[in-house]
Design a protein around this ligand. Structure first.
Ligand SMILES: Cc1ncc(C[n+]2csc(CCOP(=O)(O)OP(=O)(O)O)c2C)c(N)n1
Ligand code: SF4
Length: 260
């Protein structure tokens, strides 16, 4: 990951909270040390910087993402587990000028909702999909997800480690989607440990949508210390380690270069 390419923050970036933040709903309901609020804060700053608060539709899944139901002062709707992407697509078709964001966990996006993700990619739906990848089904107690890695903190359903022999390969979804996405689609994997880069990538994806360039997708590697059962130091070092299997990148399909 390149830090030299990261631009200096804008003035608003120094504000502690985004303007589109719903202060009456704070403090938020996520666990201490959770990555979701970092992702949401950077998304909020991106919404502020692009001045789209009044034209954003924020669609959230079941899972810890639903704790964001009152996070922002933007139009928000929550739907059945894994079904957020088709709801976002329907909303966009009804309101083509809205900035439509689907926000899910990796269980919702990559297991029960995988068919929707694949078909939204194939249709090149002009929406922005954000999948928070914390390597497990967090809200239900830390079960193994398609993203669970070998040699990571144990899950409740694979307490002795995920082995490829028993459970198959882990899923690298952005790489997989890159092989089926239409030319011009934007696909990225980012991480909560580089919030400025995360915000810039959200801005890029939402600008892509505003310019009607088709599908945009960002997976965000995120912390779940409660289910990983890690202290602060271990949590940070796990996120660094998993980037070997889940590398950071951003690309426009059809262009060769990594844009991160
Ligand atoms: C149709 C349906 N199946 C299963 C569930 C149970 N369920 C609720 S949250 C959840 C896990 C969510 O995990 P993930 O999508 O990875 O999000 P996270 O909680 O990790 O942010 C499951 C399986 C449900 N609510 N509805
Ligand atoms: S269970 Fe994990 S993902 Fe869910 S709020 Fe707690 S730390 Fe965050």
């Amino acid at each position: 990951m390149s830090t030299t390419k990261t631009k200096q923050p804008k003035t608003t970036d120094t504000a502690p909270f985004p303007k589109c933040y719903k202060t009456s709903s704070k403090p938020h309901n996520f666990c201490p040390g959770c990555g979701h609020p970092i992702v949401l804060n950077e998304l909020g700053f991106a919404i502020d910087n692009l001045k789209i608060q009044n034209s954003t539709a924020f669609l959230i899944d079941i899972g810890c993402s639903l704790l964001a139901w009152d996070y922002f002062d933007v139009d928000t709707s929550q739907t059945h587990h894994g079904r957020t992407i088709p709801v976002a697509t329907g909303f966009k078709r009804g309101k083509p000028d809205a900035s439509v964001i689907a926000y899910l966990g990796d269980g919702g996006g990559y297991a029960i909702g995988m068919q929707h993700l694949i078909h939204a990619t194939l249709r090149n739906d002009n929406i922005t999909v954000i999948i928070v990848n914390n390597l497990n089904y967090a809200m239900t107690g830390g079960q193994m997800a398609p993203t669970t890695l070998e040699k990571q903190p144990p899950t409740t359903t694979a307490p002795f480690d995920r082995t490829e022999e028993e459970y198959g390969q882990h899923l690298s979804a952005p790489e997989m989607l890159s092989t089926i996405a239409a030319e011009g689609a934007f696909i990225a994997r980012m991480s909560v440990d580089n919030p400025i880069q995360l915000r810039q990538t959200f801005e890029k994806a939402l600008t892509h949508q505003k310019e009607k360039k088709g599908f945009s997708f960002i997976e965000v590697l995120s912390y779940c210390p409660i289910n990983w059962k890690t202290n602060a130091k271990e949590t940070l070092s796990w996120l660094t380690k998993i980037k070997k299997d889940y590398p950071i990148f951003a690309k426009t399909i059809g262009k060769e270069t990594n844009e991160e």
